[in-house]
Design a protein around this ligand. Sequence first.
Ligand SMILES: [Zn+2]
Length: 401
Amino acid sequence: MPATERLYYNDSHLIEFEARVVDVTERVSGWTAVVLDRTAFYPTGGGQPSDTGVLNGSRVVECIDDGDNGVLHVMQGATPARGEAVKGRIDWARRLDHLQQHTGQHILSQAFVKLFNAPTKSFRVLDQSCEIDVDLAHPSNEVIERAVELANNVIWEDRPITIRNVTKEEAAELPLRKETAREGELRLIEIDGFDLTPCGGTHAYRTGEIGIIAVRSWERAKGLVRIEFVAGGRALADYRKANKTAREIAALFSAGRDDAPHLAAQMLEENKELHRRVRMLEESAAVEEAERLFNEPSEREDGTRVIAKAFDGRDNDLLKKLAHALIAKPKTVALLGSRDGETARLVFARSQDAPGDMSSLMRDACALVEGRGGGKPEMAQGGGKKIEQLTEALTRAASSI
Ligand SMILES: [Zn+2]
């Protein structure tokens, strides 16, 4: 099987090329893999996703590095035959994006080495952003932003980026950023006066082409620091998204974009205070309501008061507040229910000196409303979906005492 001459090694900006088909094989799912004598398509590898594009007008959906066997162009649609001459074109927008992320990574990784002696252990280009895992001892926003600052200065200095091929022995004498296990001749990528690294990927001609690098987030992961960043066009897309989000939040406060965090924090504080006041008001309302209910005629011969009542739209918390206020009175049983949306809610409680097992009453009531519940002899709660049985459940519970 013949190898493929890799045109992208010499020129990362070559978009169109001519080649000849040297092999065609059927792949799974009816896709076809085409091997060419030469190609500008970069295959997936080194953390950089593959190029896409067209060969004689048909889509190349992915390229796979098959080592000495060449580059496999996985195609959809009509495929050229063995021996046929083809015109290839790569999708430049995608290549430029990968080139910006990938070259940006070289610069950011070297910035961490220069400032903190912190090597990069792995790199990934994701759909929207990129990740590097850095062996950084004391990460903080300030530390990471210092590296970002240096990386952007190197970008704006618009330094040339060149390719050098050296032997393994020559490489051993050079200050390479990372080791390589590769045998034979090494391809080194040199960012003038800043970084020298063996790499087989596609890179910018000059650092200025990367435009900008920004860090989105970072976290500690498996003893390293995982840093999510975006470069070039992705940084602009991410800025637009972040700006839109920030402005939408600010619009809720009718405020300027940068005032929103302070106003949101203030609103949360006010909200907490309002919750506290609502709770207080609910409790005093429950005490007053309990007083009124207690004074309605409900006393039995033995002096026990059984107060059974169904409400609309009260949640468990409100029912419990009222129950607590009622059982603060002597010899009182509170059997409370609520039609709360689609749910029948029940809270049964009694004072210490009142009769009845609330837990067992609750089980019977819940069977009636087709739900679940339980608790202790003095206090139980539950609920179910048969709202129309709520009154019946309370009446039966009251008559069982
Ligand atoms: Zn590279």
